[in-house]
Each structure stands twice: as C-alpha cells, then as structure tokens.
Ligand binder design. Structure first.
Ligand code: SF4
Length: 133
C-alpha cells in the first residue's frame, strides 16, 4: 500500500531507514539483529541487507520495514497510527494526505496487534489517527 505515496526511487535515493544511530536501534527489526559494528566516522549501524541498489530482501522485507515510515503505536490505552518525522519523501506531502492514507488503510492498521509490531509511542512520530481498540 505504501506505493500510493512512496516510490521505489524515493527509497533508493535515501536509504535512511536502513541506517540507525544508536538512539534509533529500537527501530531495527529483530530479524536483522545483531547489526554489524557502527561505522567509525558516522557512528551509525547499517543493516546487512542494505545494498547499493536498496534492500536485498525485496518483497520479503520484515513487516516493520515494509510499513515504514508508518507505525502502529501504543499510547496509554490507545493504539495510534503514526508516521516518522524522518522519512523525507513522505514528510514532503501535506499532513492531510497522510491522514487520508491512514484513514483509507485503517482496517490494515487495526489488524496490527502483535506486541512486536505495536511499538511504544515515541515523540519522533506524528499521530495521524487513533484506532479503535
Ligand atoms: S531488512 Fe531491508 S528494509 Fe529492513 S532495514 Fe534492512 S535493508 Fe532496510
């Protein structure tokens, strides 16, 4: 569904969601851990599946990666759909468009309930929609 708002060219030009600063390691899906040691210059960790042409896993990416920059997050007693502030291509879109995307795919987001997929809310994410429980 992300192809509606994010093109492969956008992702290939960025790759930012596959490179993690130490404080972003919570974003790394379990199945790509352990990461190799950080780059000595940037102090960032790069996923071993990242190649010059993008993710070598293609359509078999971990679910967390497949839905990035969107997340279902736990905030108090609620689950919310939220978008990372760090995806440049998606954040170039009007907030109204992102809210429409969350609304259109509300059923798919609502179906995400497993603890490994529902992350604790982090204020580096913008809330787009509150989901019914
Ligand atoms: S598995 Fe692929 S999409 Fe996920 S972080 Fe690694 S390179 Fe990026």
């Amino acid at each position: 569904m992300l192809h509606e708002i994010l093109t492969p060219a956008d992702c290939a030009a960025c790759k930012g969601c596959c490179i993690f600063a130490a404080q972003e390691l919570w974003e790394a899906p379990d199945c790509v851990l352990p990461l190799d040691p950080p780059n000595e210059e940037t102090d960032c960790y790069t996923c071993r599946h990242l190649t010059d042409s993008g993710c070598e896993l293609g359509g078999d990416k971990p679910p967390d990666c497949a839905m990035y920059p969107f997340r279902v997050m736990r905030l108090g007693d609620c689950r919310v759909v939220a978008v990372s502030r760090y995806c440049k291509a998606v954040n170039a879109l009007p907030l109204r468009r992102l809210c429409e995307f969350a609304d259109t795919h509300c059923a798919a987001f609502t179906a995400i309930t497993t603890p490994d997929m529902v992350k604790p809310y982090n204020d580096e994410y913008v809330i787009l929609r509150v989901l019914s429980q």
